[in-house]
Design a protein. Sequence first.
Length: 95
Amino acid sequence: MAQALIRKIKDETLADYRSAAVAKGRSLEAELRELIERNRPMPTKDSEALAALSRRLREGTPASAARVDSTPFIRWSRDTNNGKLGNGRPDDAGD
């Protein structure tokens, strides 16, 4: 396995990660390793990985979502300052 040394991390930032690690019952190293793995960039040249991601995203989206007209939502948000000036949502918002 490879190693990396990261310099010039703010003391407060490292203290926050250390606190998070303690709260989860693990080491600072394990906390940082998990953070790096979770935020790993996707290889953009791997077309099969991109196609698989696209399929997973489509599977999680209901087919009816593609046919929803967003116009009432946009008007309601604009006219009520996102609900701060009016009551409820537009009639055809649905739940």
